[in-house]
Design a protein around this ligand. Sequence first.
Ligand SMILES: [Zn+2]
Length: 353
Amino acid sequence: MRAARFHGRGDIRVDQIDEPVCEEGQVKIRPAFVGICGSDLHEYLAGPIVVPTTPHALTGGQLPVTLGHEFSGTIEEVGQGVIGLKVGDRVAVKPNLSDGNCSSCAFGRPNCCRNLGFIGFSSNAGGLSDYVVVPAKHAISLPDTFPLDIGALVEPLTVAWHAVDRSPVQTAKTALVVGGGPIGLAVVQVLKARGVKTIIVAEVSDQRCVYAQTLGATHVFNPLTENVVANVRSLTGHAGADISFECSGVQAGFDTAMNGIRVRGTTVIVSLWEKKPVIDAFDVVSYEKHVLGAAICEDGDFEAVIDAIASGKINPEPMITSKIRMEEVEEKGFKALISERDKHVKILIDIEA
Ligand SMILES: [Zn+2]
């Protein structure tokens, strides 16, 4: 079968590999649509970072690995002992793997596992292939009528759902989202679904500002031409936003997220960092601010996002900016996301096209 594999920095190939065997407790999936994520680009440009170069503690896998951790598909085969799933079911895949016995897992936080692995990063199990076998609990059922292309957007939305859950969203009237890339735009949609009235986005790309408005932002400011913090203050009676989300991964964005919140406001860091940002501890002390991290997602987040989409509270369809074939993954996928960053939010690979 075909599998799009990462062989090292700047090197992705569609290889022929053996079809995986479905064993006890597993399901075999025929992937339908697969999204390319910022972390995939990170590996392509600067990796291997998360991709193992020695056998992974959980999967035993190492370079080359099959990519694709944001995906939907249809169940092709059900292993012995699996209950609640049957051939033909539509599923979205929860990609993060945990060892179940490290200190984080013992604390009930498998998303922070010390031996974290990923379907689509840590072995030859990845969505960018004709078939993939995953542990059954990682295949989350989609309603029968749920579009499979939208199914590939569930994973990035769970990251946003978890980030919003980490904040005191129940009492927040105003939220600031810094960075309008795929994760920032996912956070905007979740904030809207969770009832936040004023959603302010700071984003440098005009095209992405338009996407932010389409997906639910009430105010959009370009930090290259506007003073975002001053604008947030004027919208909030000089107080600042109740909560902010750092989705840019750059120091200036982090500063905006921190300076844009009120006394005892909360900043949630969702972005990944190449350079360690500087934090103004004096500002944190003086205004009793909270700074939190949010990693991947928790149990229940997939179901919550699927419900929110099925009930119409979230419509992420405008995030899909292109659909391509597996053979085009490097040229029209990775390279397009790098050279035409502003034009794209999510590029989906249509596996059967
Ligand atoms: Zn663990």
